[in-house]
Design a protein around this ligand. Structure first.
Ligand code: SF4
Ligand code: SF4
Length: 369
């Protein structure tokens, strides 16, 4: 079961406030991953503000033969202002990654909020042209919207080969993400399915204590994240599951799960339903910490970091409130406070989870300030 892919959205950084990626550690993680027989890598234009693509060039492309790895990149639909931008971004991505071709090239973030760009610039025709020219081997899109819209898009883009979906046991029956319904639509249209956010940005790693106890009691030898990976990797027609790896421990733990893969049985599926209910009951902000919103906030509010601290404290039942408050104040003092939010709404359209960020920011301000 080599269904595990290396997601390069949450690479290890140098220090807490630094934006630089730890290259030595990333090389070590990639070396281990490849040595164990895994070879899928996923990146995108905005990840780490462009540094994800550059890091893969240094740690992967320049250190391995091109045929040793499968590289997926994505056309940044949300940045398109004119038709020529598609070619501009593709050239930049080739340059940043140092490759002549991408194995998969996906239209990034097909969603209703990007419909104007989809209709106006026709990225579907553009990726088909790239495929014809041999600059990409396979084409597809990543998707963040409801199942009805997915079906509409698949009808409009029949030559799409692969769809990348957000699937995890928490979003499986969610009315917003609609993981199950979207998965079923892809199967109906015979599309290859790639999975993103199997751990929901770490939410399914750091589960509330009550949920952790249930998982640990049911199968003491199995780690908490391994339940989430087994849930998605066991789904029929899922070709690869991308986990955003942040440390060498993440890589080892994920590989351990996949090397010794066992699909979930019926009883275990039921356990995960109960666990999902507990996690939902804590009312955390359903942020996946992708950080897409960061660049749209002129007030420089560390949105995802604040949501992370808020969620961590709720999950841990306020036992470490003063620790998280200190951390909140530390970030706020070098960037901005949640209460500096002007409710301008500029961040909202960039959020693939369609969160009402300004409203949540008000909650964070009330909570920590
Ligand atoms: S609504 Fe608040 S968090 Fe969002 S961009 Fe405006 S100031 Fe920043
Ligand atoms: S608020 Fe939305 S865009 Fe920002 S980090 Fe969370 S999920 Fe990503």
């Amino acid at each position: 079961m080599k269904k595990l892919g290396f997601g390069a959205m949450r690479l290890p950084e140098n220090g807490r406030f630094s934006k630089g990626i730890d290259l030595d550690l990333t090389c070590e993680m990639i070396d281990y991953f490849i040595e164990k027989g895994y070879n899928y890598f996923d990146t995108a234009y905005p990840y780490h503000s462009g540094k994800s693509e550059e890091t893969l060039k240094k740690c992967l492309v320049e250190r391995y033969s091109r045929e040793d790895f499968i590289l997926i990149d994505k056309l940044p639909t949300f940045f398109l202002k004119k038709e020529e931008d598609m070619e501009k971004y593709f050239n930049i991505q080739q340059e940043r990654c140092g490759v002549e071709y991408f194995d998969y090239y996906l239209i990034h973030d097909i969603a209703k909020r990007n419909l104007n760009a989809i209709r106006k610039f026709n990225p579907y025709e553009y990726v088909k042209k790239l495929k014809k020219e041999g600059k990409v081997k396979h084409i597809g899109f990543s998707f963040h919207d409801d199942a009805e819209f997915l079906e509409e898009m698949l009808n409009e883009m029949p030559e799409i080969e692969v769809v990348m979906l957000q699937i995890n046991y928490l979003d499986w029956e969610s009315s917003a993400v609609q993981s199950r319904k979207c998965y079923e639509i892809c199967r109906k249209y015979n599309k290859e399915i790639m999975v993103m956010e199997p751990l929901k940005g770490g939410t399914l790693v750091n589960v509330p204590d009550k949920a952790k106890d249930i998982l640990k009691t049911s199968k003491p030898e199995m780690s908490v994240p391994s339940w989430a990976l087994r849930f998605v990797a066991g789904l029929k027609d899922v070709s690869i599951v991308f986990s955003g790896m942040h440390s060498i421990e993440d890589v080892k733990e994920n590989i351990e799960t996949m090397d010794n893969f066992e699909p979930l049985d019926e009883k275990e599926h039921k356990i995960l339903q109960d666990v999902a209910g507990i996690i939902k009951g804590v009312n955390i902000i359903p942020c996946t910490y992708c950080n897409y919103c960061a660049e749209n906030c002129e007030d420089n509010i560390p949105i995802s970091k604040f949501f992370e601290l808020y969620n961590a404290d709720l999950r841990e039942n306020h036992f470490k409130f003063s620790k998280y408050l200190d951390e909140y104040n530390e970030y706020a003092s070098i960037a901005a406070y949640a209460s500096d939010c002007t409710f301008c709404g500029n961040c909202v359209d960039s959020c693939p989870q369609q969160l009402d960020i300004p409203e949540y920011m008000g909650d964070v301000a009330d909570y920590f300030e």
